[in-house]
Design a binder for this molecule. Structure first.
Ligand code: CDP
Ligand code: ZN
Length: 166
């Protein structure tokens, strides 16, 4: 029997990248001036990876690493908006639209508040969503553990999808 099509679907995403010199820091598709950036096979956009996984999770689909294996040379240096756009395409194909999204970026440095509106607007555009349903927050890690010691940046997100025909 065909699985029932839920009216609402909640998804959770988490990601973390090591910070290293010699990489650009790209968060939500925005270039952030900083001494270090996220080490990754792709462009290391921790926010876009998190949101991609939250959407895929809501749909009970394979995660970002399964859809885009980092062993595949095709994704070397890839812009992460490719991954997010594929998740958005799958969401549409399965009959859902974004209800709302809430994200928390955890970074000891740099200060993200000056970039938050840019990030939010770019993320909304990638999601074909109004900025009023997209929220981006930032926290430090109180100088403890890898994030707090500026060796990594983490991100969490929750998303709610709504069935299009509701
Ligand atoms: O005060 P509390 O411990 O809740 O938060 P915090 O980690 O000390 O961060 C204080 C505020 O700084 C946050 O609410 C963010 O608005 C901002 N922040 C930021 O702009 N960029 C970061 N990388 C971290 C925090
Ligand atoms: Zn990632």
């Amino acid at each position: 029997a065909k699985a029932p099509s839920l009216p609402y679907r909640v998804g959770h995403g988490f990601d973390l990248h090591r910070l290293a010199e010699g990489y650009k820091l790209i968060i939500g598709g925005i270039d952030i001036p900083h001494t270090k950036g996220c080490e990754a096979h792709s462009d290391g956009d921790v926010l876009l990876h998190t949101v991609t996984d939250a959407i895929l999770g809501a749909l009970c689909l394979p995660d970002i690493g399964q859809l885009f294996p980092d062993t595949d040379p095709k994704w070397k240096g890839a812009r992460s908006d490719i991954f997010l756009k594929e998740a958005v395409r799958l969401m549409d194909e399965r009959g859902y639209v974004l209800g709302n999204l809430d994200c928390t970026i955890i970074a000891q440095k740099p200060k993200l508040s000056p970039h938050k509106e840019n990030i939010r607007n770019n993320l909304s555009a990638l999601l074909n969503a109004d900025p009023s349903v997209v929220n981006v927050k930032a926290k430090t890690h109180e100088k403890v553990d890898s994030i707090g010691e500026e060796r990594s940046i983490g991100c969490h997100a929750v998303v709610m999808l709504i069935r299009k025909d509701l």
